[in-house]
Write a protein of this length. Structure first.
Length: 536
């Protein structure tokens, strides 16, 4: 391991592969999975942050090769051996496809996403591991800065019990598996051609040379869950060859769409104040590791506006965020807010759009047309609510939430209200390396400072899914242990159960049964005589 190849954000060694080939061991729920690794978690946070910019040079210098970037329908290979012109061309393509676009182009790109989402972005690369093995890394990018990138998030309806927008992006990446090539690795293995699909086929066998490492943030963590689901359940990839770490992951499916949501070898790091982790579907796949937000995290990661109006605005908005506990309740709050916006004037509409960071679109479109868009989104959200909850939307409930929004909105104004909403939504959800003023992204900070406080939980599936905490008296610091030490610590911390009370029959024993008939012996007893059994 070269000490020079350290991550810029967490300091993790980028050339390490040992954390991804650890043997599986039982967790507190009795499920076999890879043990939690601090190093793997930090490397996953580094990579999940890097794919937003597709800045992978540090990883390539650390020995990761055969790097391929998926930008929607295009695949861009990145290699250190390519010529200067090809390298500059690849960087230009990445910058033009990831940066902000003209409002007209954004509108056209958004229209293309009406039927099917095709805005998926991901990075794939490979690194040799000990004993002739290889670690294949796939990191899915979260929602980008363009308006079209949000369409898949808003495609909330369930398709076969799975979030439709996330599933479409997962299928898009699957369609490119045969085109994602590993030429340098093929030469090492003396193969004419090696694709991601070839690697996945080999991972069906117990002695596969390849280990798949998945990562992602936000939408990327949702795609990570669904990609793992598709590979394990549809393609026959063996669970021992797959693992992943996601950050700020939405839930992705209903409890009935998978038999055991907790059985997936995935870890999902969450912040308790991150609303995104509460919506999407009903259940997460794998183990949720939740950091309980505290003053230390907020002071390091939330660059809040401390003006009196901004502080008052956050107090006004906080009750609305408290109502958002799952996907149906998040949809209810969103529809209530859209209802308030649809009855607002042109000036308030533009103020709301400006606070949400899309002022150019607000200036380019007529206020009446914006209201039509809001009503169309409301109709789609209502259909999504019914697909997840199984019942129609309650207009009485929407009216009640809207009535709770209006007094605070009138008190502080539209711009301050939406500015506070953006702050409370954005800062707990961020993974970026730093904010202006020296603030750190929330999930990078957790990876650096908060691993010992992560609280594990898993989802139980079924028609009424629910979260399950670990067994009682399992200390939270066990999350930093790995392998057999984890189980030994778990067992020693659990107190012995009290002895069971003797079982009492519900009904008295019947009389005059065969068991009540005395044993017949030679002769008979006389009055006052007793029988003594003699051992032979």
């Amino acid at each position: 391991m070269n000490n020079e190849h350290k991550g810029r954000l967490t300091g993790a060694a980028l050339d390490s592969t040992a954390p991804f080939v650890l043997p599986f061991s039982p967790d507190p729920w009795g499920v076999l999975r890879p043990p939690v690794s601090v190093e793997a978690l930090q490397m996953s946070a580094e990579l999940a942050s890097a794919v937003y910019r597709m800045d992978l040079e540090d990883w390539m210098q650390a020995g990761w090769t055969d790097v391929t970037v998926q930008l929607e329908d295009d695949l861009v290979p990145l290699t250190e051996k390519q010529g200067r012109f090809a390298s500059l061309r690849s960087k230009h393509i990445l910058a033009s496809r990831l940066g902000k676009a003209h409002p007209v182009r954004q509108a056209l790109d958004t229209l293309r996403q009406i039927d099917t989402s095709t805005t998926g972005k991901a990075a794939v690369m490979i690194h040799p591991a000990p004993d002739g093995r290889y670690v294949v890394a796939v990191s899915f990018m979260g929602t980008g800065s363009r308006l079209s990138d949000w369409v898949s998030n808003l495609r909330l309806t369930a398709q076969d019990g799975i979030h439709k927008g996330f599933l479409q992006l997962t299928r898009q990446f699957e369609s490119n598996e045969d085109r994602i090539l590993f030429p340098e690795t093929a030469k090492q293995l003396q193969l004419e051609r090696l694709s991601l699909r070839d690697i996945l086929k080999e991972m069906r066998h117990p002695n596969s040379r390849f280990q798949l490492w998945l990562s992602g943030h936000s939408q990327g963590a949702a795609l990570m869950q669904l990609y793992a689901h598709c590979k394990l359940q549809e393609d026959g990839v063996q669970m021992r060859h797959l693992m992943g770490y996601g950050f700020a992951a939405p839930s992705v499916m209903t409890g009935g769409a998978t038999v055991a949501p907790a059985a997936y070898p995935l870890y999902l790091v969450q912040c308790s104040e991150d609303v995104v982790t509460r919506c999407g579907g009903h259940v997460h796949l794998g183990v949720c590791l939740t950091y309980p937000a505290d003053d230390a995290l907020r002071s390091a990661c939330y660059p809040l506006d401390h003006q009196p109006l901004a502080c008052r605005a956050r107090q006004v908005v906080r009750p609305l965020f408290a109502l958002m506990q799952d996907t149906p309740s998040c949809i209810e709050c969103a529809i209530a807010l859209l209802s308030v916006l649809s009855h607002s004037g042109e000036e308030d509409l533009r103020a709301a759009l400006e606070s949400m960071g899309i002022p150019l679109v607000g200036k380019a479109l007529d206020a009446g047309y914006i209201q039509q868009i809001l009503r169309a989104i409301t109709r789609r959200a209502s259909a999504a609510y019914q697909s997840w909850s199984g019942k129609p939307l309650s207009q009485q409930r929407i009216a009640m939430i809207a009535q709770g929004i209006l007094p605070g909105l009138k008190q502080i104004g539209m711009k301050a209200y939406f500015h506070a909403m953006v702050e409370m939504f954005r800062f707990p959800h961020s993974i970026a390396g730093s904010h202006p003023g020296g603030f750190t992204g929330t999930y990078i900070w957790i990876a650096q400072n908060g691993i010992s406080r992560l609280q594990p939980s898993v989802w139980a599936g079924g028609d009424r899914p629910f979260r399950m905490a670990p067994p009682e008296d399992v200390t939270q610091d066990t999350i930093t242990l790995t392998g057999p030490a984890y189980m030994r610590r778990h067992r020693t911390k659990l107190p012995r159960r009290p002895a069971r009370k003797p079982h009492k029959p519900m009904t008295p024993p019947r009389r005059n049964t065969r068991r009540a008939i005395p044993e017949l012996l030679h002769g008979s007893l006389q009055a006052g005589e007793t029988m003594v059994r003699i051992r032979e």
